[in-house]
Design a protein around this ligand. Structure first.
Ligand code: PEP
Length: 251
């Protein structure tokens, strides 16, 4: 019922030539898009190359961030309107690196999610706890607060179209993957939170990804969990071979 979505988050890696070479290497090998959605979120400076190279393929172009304004005096920022005009379909919002290094708040994440929708794209909203929060038993409360704040003012129809990425901060880029039970527990809690905020139909339709050192050797087990509908993948999405293994996890 929920179509799996595997999204690579390249972070601040790759240049336009590398982007074109990556897409050329994967574009004819991607899975049937009715079975798995294959997404790459490139740096803003590579978006044009990504969209051009992915034309006539099933690879879905995404961005890693956008401002909540469409234009104006916001030096150094990226307009969601221009991203949409270029052909971007998804925008990652509230990645823990943006929350941590650039001080994005839950309110910023909510504004950005709304701006992404206002421009005809869909947000991939990241949530997740630190190691200290996990050890203090605060994970579920923290994550449901992040989800509630991010969705504030969004309609049930919008929530059914967006993607939530559960990314425990302690598992991102560390090689420490959450066990499939740990990941499932929080993804289920996120779905229950959406059901409480909206209704069961909305919760059942919303796709929830796991992110945090997802790799070809653990993707199958994570994707077998009932509330995990996809992956947001950093390091393992940078090589065509490993990205292809991830999107072909069903084979
Ligand atoms: C990410 O960037 O969202 C991520 C999960 O990174 P990694 O897969 O490298 O842990």
């Amino acid at each position: 019922m929920r179509k799996p979505i595997i999204a690579g988050n390249w972070k601040m890696n790759m240049n336009p030539d590398e982007t074109r070479a990556f897409v050329a290497a994967v574009k004819n090998e991607l899975p049937d898009p009715s079975k798995v959605e294959s997404v790459i979120a490139a740096p803003a400076v590579d978006i044009t190359a990504l969209v051009d190279a992915a034309k006539d393929s099933v690879l879905v172009p995404a961005a890693q961030n956008a401002n909540d304004h469409e234009s104006g005096a916001y030096t150094g920022e990226t307009s969601p309107k221009v991203l949409a005009d270029l052909g971007v379909k998804y925008v990652i919002v509230g990645h823990s690196e943006r929350r941590g290094y650039y001080h994005e708040t839950n309110e910023d994440v909510n504004k950005k999610a709304k701006a992404v929708f206002a421009n005809g794209m869909k947000p991939i909203i990241c949530v997740g706890e630190s190691l200290e929060q996990r050890e203090a038993g605060e994970t579920e409360d923290w994550v449901s607060t992040q989800v509630e704040a991010a969705l504030n003012g969004l309609s049930a129809d919008q929530v059914q179209q967006l993607v939530i990425a559960y990314e425990p901060i302690w598992a991102i880029g560390t090689g420490k993957t959450a066990t499939s039970d740990q990941a499932e527990e929080v993804c289920r809690h996120i779905r229950e939170t959406i059901a409480k905020l909206y209704d069961q139909t909305t919760a059942d339709a919303t796709r929830i990804q796991y992110g945090g050192s997802m790799k070809p050797n653990n993707v199958k087990e994570l994707m077998a969990q009932p509330d995990i509908d996809g992956g947001l993948v950093g390091g393992a999405s940078l090589q065509p071979d490993s990205f292809l293994q991830l999107v072909h996890y069903q084979d």
